[in-house]
Design a protein. Structure first.
Length: 428
């Protein structure tokens, strides 16, 4: 392929994707496909936005450069390497048979097996890799590119692992057009400041004092208005955007908490974690950096995990222990709805149990009252504090008080409030 008129990207010295390059790729594919097969390998980095926000864009650029150099070492002059956007690469390379294609895919996987050293940190970077074949999968370059990207999106569903998928027609049914549009908007929304946090106060049942607040994310879409977290959080987890979004939530909550502490209000802030975040190899370092950069006292940060996130004890325990060593507290959220085990409650470094709000939505049933009572007694036996979620009536409040439940939150006390409303409420 004649590359003399194609612009070269300044950081990596790879080719840029523009109209000129796409026209030449098209001519190249048509010419070489008569004698050879071609593969397009799309490589999407999973955590670049997190690194940019935590260590700075200069460090992010250094990482991009080092990754590009490792990729170049594996591919000869018959392959063409492109940088696409900030966090993606494309490799177009000929192959003779399935064995050679597998070898070339393994070369890409090898790029991410060893850590990268940046600013005295050793970072193990993961990537999502998608492959399409020409002319087997595509008759046009547009289809060649689209199907490679489709396979890369499938790889992103593996959430925090280095994965490689070759395109198959079944992938076309995995994502409808509306989801694709929402995914695009979600990727943009963090940088156009469409997200904000609200906080629901947590009240000491005996004294009525506000002792904590739970951070809740809200997305005010520019066209659709408020989009429920239940709609966009699973998509963020599926695409890997949850890493940068989750870091933004924790950082913003710590900044707000620091401001409250400066006003003399030492209350706890709770933040929900996604299992994708917890499984990230660098998650503990991310939390440590945020605490250091914001100056927030870790003793007042409470991270909330679900029961399902603790099922793999061998994997979860070391990560939770690392978080505890930072000085933060941990809660089991939505307790009573998952696969409860006295074994993990006894073993894990947990501070709070949060009774799921579903037990209060059907509070008139004696079975639900019995479950609530049992959870409180269990927590007291294990010397854990209990927070009841979804309290909406005087009857529910009185029941919890009779059972010596420690704290509660819900519309009976306060609805979720903006940070300026929280400040006024606490300072009045």
């Amino acid at each position: 392929m004649d590359t003399k008129d194609i612009r070269v990207e300044s950081l990596t010295h790879m080719l840029e994707t523009d109209l000129c390059s796409m026209e030449k790729i098209h001519a190249y594919c048509e010419r070489i496909a008569t004698t050879q097969k071609l593969a397009m390998i799309s490589i999407g980095l999973d955590y670049l936005s997190v690194i940019n926000q935590s260590l700075g864009y200069v460090t992010g650029d250094q990482l991009i450069y080092k990754i590009s150099q490792r990729i170049k070492k594996h591919f000869s002059n018959d392959s063409y390497l492109f940088r696409v956007g900030r966090d993606e690469f494309i490799v177009i390379t000929p192959y003779q048979d399935e064995s050679q294609l597998q070898s070339k895919c393994n070369w890409i996987l090898d790029v991410f097996k060893r850590p990268y050293r940046l600013k005295n940190h050793e970072l193990l970077i993961t990537a999502s890799i998608g492959v399409s074949l020409y002319p087997e999968h595509s008759e046009t370059v547009d289809e060649f590119t689209r199907k490679s990207n489709k396979a890369m999106l499938k790889a992103k569903e593996d959430k925090g692992q280095v994965s490689c998928y070759i395109y198959s027609p079944e992938m076309e049914d995995r994502q409808d057009w509306n989801e694709l549009l929402l995914m695009n908007d979600l990727n943009r929304a963090l940088y156009t400041q469409e997200f904000h946090l609200v906080y629901q106060p947590q009240v000491h049942i005996e004294t009525g004092e506000i002792v904590g607040i739970e951070a809740l994310i809200r997305w005010n879409h520019k066209e659709r208005g408020l989009i429920p977290p239940a709609e966009f959080i699973p998509l963020a987890e599926k695409t890997g955007i949850i890493h940068s979004l989750g870091e933004w939530v924790i950082r913003t909550a710590c900044e707000h908490g620091k401001k409250l502490h400066q006003q003399g209000n030492n209350i706890r802030i709770g933040v929900n974690l996604s299992p994708v975040q917890l499984n990230s190899p660098s998650f503990t370092q991310v939390i440590s950096r945020i605490l250091e950069q914001t100056g927030y006292n870790p003793a007042f940060l409470n991270l909330e995990i679900t029961e399902s996130m603790t099922m793999d004890i061998d994997k979860a325990f070391p990560k939770l222990q690392e978080l505890k060593e930072l000085g933060i507290s941990l809660s089991i959220d939505d307790f009573g709805t998952g696969y409860s085990s006295l074994g993990y409650l006894k073993k894990f470094p947990i501070d709070h149990l949060k009774i799921d709000q579903s037990f209060f939505s059907s509070f008139q049933l004696e079975e639900d009252k019995a479950i609530i009572k049992t959870i409180i007694q269990l927590a007291q036996t294990l010397k854990l504090k209990v927070i009841a979620e979804g309290v909406e009536t005087e009857e529910q409040y009185q029941f919890l008080a009779e059972q010596d439940c420690h704290e509660a939150q819900g519309y009976y006390f306060y609805k979720p409030l903006h940070i300026d409303e929280i400040e006024k409420l606490i300072n009045r």
